[in-house]
Design a protein around this ligand. Structure first.
Ligand SMILES: Cc1cc2nc3c(=O)[nH]c(=O)nc-3n(C[C@H](O)[C@H](O)[C@H](O)COP(=O)(O)OP(=O)(O)OC[C@H]3O[C@@H](n4cnc5c(N)ncnc54)[C@H](O)[C@@H]3O)c2cc1C
Length: 319
């Protein structure tokens, strides 16, 4: 209930105006967001790199209906790719297609995406396409296939364990050698398309993680690059200790090398686990969001954990 409420709030303009105007909004959100500028985000990545952790940078924004906003987001993604190159940090970039004009106009959207993929490929970097709600799953996968067909093999995607369709998508995409970040899924979905019960999502997560890791154990499967930018075929994206323990078991059974799989977590969440996995010799990547459009991302983080809501409410009464 609380989860659904906060996810629906993430799309409400009135709530966005109210929360971003409150100083407490940013005070609490900044636990999950690296900063409002690309320079601050690069600094956060430097600190992660010092701990042996790679990053994926995300310029926040989604669901734009404005071509001006989509062009602006494209320019910002190009800027962060340049900053990664110039600063030498170990990071790649995550994007949301609805931020670049996916739902505005196909040619315009393809032009924006092509600029980003060309720039990433020229600098030897990698673009991860985040997965949004299920109304965009088909279009997102089709776009990835289109990008690969244009020769942009420096791309990967995210799949969500809560969707019934994901096993088929995972098998199709891994058979083409496409890198997958496996997460549980962060949106409100109907029971027609997604498991409503967390126990079923968790069971499916473990099942899919096993399939993904088996694909990563095949000869020729993509490996983590030395500069930490190009990821391996398999990324286990979860903060759930049980899912992580299960993945570690599969990794050991398959005798997978460190460069064949990475664990991914979100900035500001379970830093203890991030450090523990990195110290134990696993490849770890942290998703580092930045920018001024932090509201929907922040709402999804509140939705995931009731304790975050209480933290936010208690801060309302602090000076
Ligand atoms: C790197 C990365 C990229 C992602 N990309 C996408 C994407 O493209 N599309 C998409 O739909 N989803 C994405 N997600 C979000 C994901 O789908 C889940 O919503 C989110 O990770 C919470 O699920 P969990 O696996 O951590 O398990 P949960 O069962 O939700 O959480 C397990 C434990 O993790 C901790 N935790 C989890 N969330 C929070 C939080 N918000 N605040 C504090 N503690 C928390 C708590 O200790 C909790 O008990 C991504 C997640 C990660 C880690």
């Amino acid at each position: 209930m609380l989860r659904a409420f906060f996810i629906s709030l993430s799309k409400a303009n009135w709530a966005q105006r109210a929360i971003i105007s409150l100083p407490v909004g940013w005070r609490v959100a900044s636990r999950f967001i690296a900063g409002e500028t690309p320079e601050t985000a690069i600094q956060v990545v430097r600190e992660l790199n010092l701990k042996g952790i790679n990053a994926t940078l995300d310029y926040l924004g989604e669901n734009t209906n404005s071509s001006i906003d989509a062009s602006h987001s494209t320019d910002e993604v190009l800027r962060i790719l340049d900053l990664i190159k110039v600063s030498g940090v170990q990071a790649n970039v995550s994007i949301k297609l609805s931020q670049l004009g996916l739902t505005i106009d196909k040619d315009f959207f393809h032009q924006n995406l092509t600029k980003i993929l060309s720039s990433a490929s020229q600098s030897g970097n990698f673009i991860r396409i985040d997965m949004e709600d299920s109304s965009l799953t088909d279009k997102t996968i089709q776009t990835l296939i289109w990008a690969q067909a244009q020769g942009f093999t420096n791309t990967g995607i995210v799949l969500q364990a809560y969707l019934y369709r994901t096993e088929k998508d995972l098998v199709d995409l891994t058979s083409k050698g496409i890198s997958i970040r496996l997460c549980k899924g962060a949106y409100n979905e109907l029971a027609e398309v997604a498991y409503p019960k967390m126990a079923d999502v968790n069971a499916n997560y473990d099942h899919l993680a096993r399939l993904l890791l088996q694909a990563a154990s095949l000869p020729g499967s993509p490996r983590l690059s030395e500069d930490g930018r190009v990821p391996p075929l398999a990324a286990i994206a979860s903060h759930d200790p049980r899912r992580i323990a299960m993945a570690r078991r599969f990794i050991a059974e398959l005798n997978l090398p460190q460069q064949a799989v990475e664990f991914q977590m979100l900035y500001g969440i379970r830093r203890d686990l991030q450090n523990e996995l990195a110290s134990a010799g696993y490849s770890v990547r942290v998703y580092v969001p930045y920018g001024t459009h932090w509201y929907p991302y922040f709402m999804r983080r509140l939705a995931e954990r009731p304790a975050n809501v209480w933290f936010f409410v208690s801060n309302l009464f602090k000076k």
